[in-house]
Every structure is written in C-alpha cells, then in structure tokens.
Design a binder for this molecule. Sequence first.
Ligand code: BJW
Ligand code: ZN
Length: 284
Amino acid sequence: MPSTNIEDFRLVLSNARNILVVSGAGLSAASGIATFRGQGGRWRKYDASILATLAAWHENQSRVWQFFHYRREEVRSKRPNDGHYALARMCIPKWRQVVAPNATVTHVTQNIDGLCLEALNELSTTSGEQPDGTVIEMHGNLFDVVCNAFDCDYRAKNMDYPICPALEGTEAIVAAGHVEPVVRRADLPHCPKCQQLLRPDVVWFGERPKQIQRILEAADSADLCLVVGTSSLVQPASKLPERVRLNGGKIAVFNLESNTNHSNEADFEFVGPCESELSQILGL
Ligand code: BJW
Ligand code: ZN
C-alpha cells in the first residue's frame, strides 16, 4: 500500500536530486477545462480521444478544426490554478530551495492548454527570478500550428481569434440545433509559406511526442516522480514513472481518485483535488 504520510514524503522530497513531474488533464480541471476521460470529455457527440487521431483528421479536417477552434476559445479565458502555481514554484529557485534544495525539476505535461508555462512565466515575472526548472509540453500546444505538407517546415505560434474567419460561429450553429457545418478545405487555416493546409501542432495517437529524448533522459536520471492528475492510460507518459522506479526512484501520485494505473507501484498516494493537495503537501 502506498504511504499517505506527508512528513515521510517531505523527507524524500528534501533529499531528491532530480525530480520528474508528469501531469495530465486533472491539473487543469479546477481551471474549468474538461478532462479527456471524465465528465465533459465529449465535444458535440464525439469522444475527445477519438478525435485525437490522424484517422479523424484525414476523415474530416473541417470537424477537427472546428473542435480545435472551440477549444482555443474555451482555453483563452482560463487561468492557471493553485496546482499549476505550486508546480511552477518547484521550478523557481527561491521556492524550490525551501522544499528540495538540491534538486533539478523537469515538469512534463500532457496538457496542451499552456497553463503550466503560463503559471511559470507569471511567477517568474512577479518574483523577478529566472526559472531553473523546465516545463515540457509533450503533446504540443493548442495555440501552435504546423504545416501539413511533408516538405514544408512552417511551424508557428498562432493566437488569432478566430484562427480563420470561416470557423467563427461554427459552435453556435451546432448549439442552436443545426447540423454540423462543413467548412471548405480552402477556407480552413493555410500555411503562409506554401499555401497548404495547416494543422494544430499537437500530438495525436500514433505520433511521436515532443522532445521525447529529453523526457526519457529526465526520467532515467530522476529519483522522484510526481504523477499529477492523469489517468496514466496513454503511453509513453504512463510509462515514465515505471522508468523512474526501475532506476530506484520513488513515485508519488496526486489524483482525485485512488487506484489509477500507478497507485499499486506508488510509494506515496495523495487522493484529493490536486489544486489544493499540491501546495499543502509540497509545502509551497
Ligand atoms: C484530478 C482532478 C483534480 C480529475 N485533481 N486529479 C495500440 C494501438 C495504437 C497505439 C497504441 C496502442 N497501444 C499503445 C499505443 C500508443 C498510444 C497509447 O498510449 N494508446 C493507449 C490509449 C492505448 N500512444 C501514442 O500513440 C503516443 N505516441 C507514441 O506512443 O509514439 C510512439 C513513441 C513513443 C516513444 C518514443 C517515440 C515514439 C501519442 C499519444 C498522444 C495522446 N494525445 C492526446 C490528445 C492531444 C491533442 C488533443 O488534446 O486533442 O493527449 S489523447 C489525450 O490523452 C491527451 C492527453 O494528454 C492524454 C492523457 O490524458 P490525461 O491527461 O491522463 O487525462 P484523463 O482525462 O485520461 O485523466 C484525468 C485524470 O485526472 C483522472 O485520473 C482523474 O481522476 C484526474 N482528476 N480532476 C486531481 N481536480
Ligand atoms: Zn507550408
């Protein structure tokens, strides 16, 4: 059985040399962003996980762009919560030194909402301290686009609202009970360099996660892994704690529910909303 003893956890934390944080949708739940596999994990009548595939993209680019347009609009008004800030403090020397003085921190998030980086940038600006920890968005970012053409290297941050005029209002049409609009390919976002279709720069099933080599290296050198708000059903993120454990490291799970994939192999398990648990248990 994993321990729930906060003092024992803090001792492990204070002695850690390399900390790997693996976070998922539960971290952003308190910011008002639906998790993938929980309630609200559907868009219109579609399962979000089914849409997160290359097959869905090839089948209906209009639908996938409408889905991303909707999520870009949803997320732009959302703010980081206390869970994001607690983890961001782990990446800023003046806070981390209090709880884990000798540790490096690599925060690998599966979330594409940008809130982990937003919290880190905000705390860095307000405290005037440079982060020394790293946040890696392994499944990409909602506001990044990449050219769909195999021979074009265009890739950019795109905060436009709407990303193209034809997507504006598509959600309202469906919400009003009308059939799903079909946006013509020519009216979807296009590459300014080669005029081919753009796609969201996110990682769908079957695709290679971003910065995977760096992530695996961080896992191999970690002696403590915090697994936060993820169902741990999706590889390779779900395999990272196991990697840490095989190297003799400890695992601490923070989740609203017990018995997630990693509960059995965890050394510590803190069941509850991570937006309050993290700051309390980390002491940040
Ligand atoms: C709270 C809380 C609160 C709620 N406080 N907790 C068989 C066939 C085909 C493929 C495979 C196969 N077997 C394995 C694969 C590989 C596949 C995979 O894992 N499939 C499984 C589903 C079977 N993986 C891939 O294809 C990945 N690529 C890959 O493996 O490449 C090969 C490779 C590996 C290594 C090196 C080189 C190459 C890519 C996976 C891409 C996943 N993409 C998505 C979509 C992103 C874009 C988009 O958003 O549209 O990423 S899917 C979706 O799931 C999204 C999420 O990041 C990801 C994980 O979900 P997450 O975060 O865990 O959310 P939930 O909803 O599942 O869980 C929420 C949790 O929070 C719950 O536990 C709650 O209890 C908790 N919670 N509120 C604390 N307040
Ligand atoms: Zn292009």
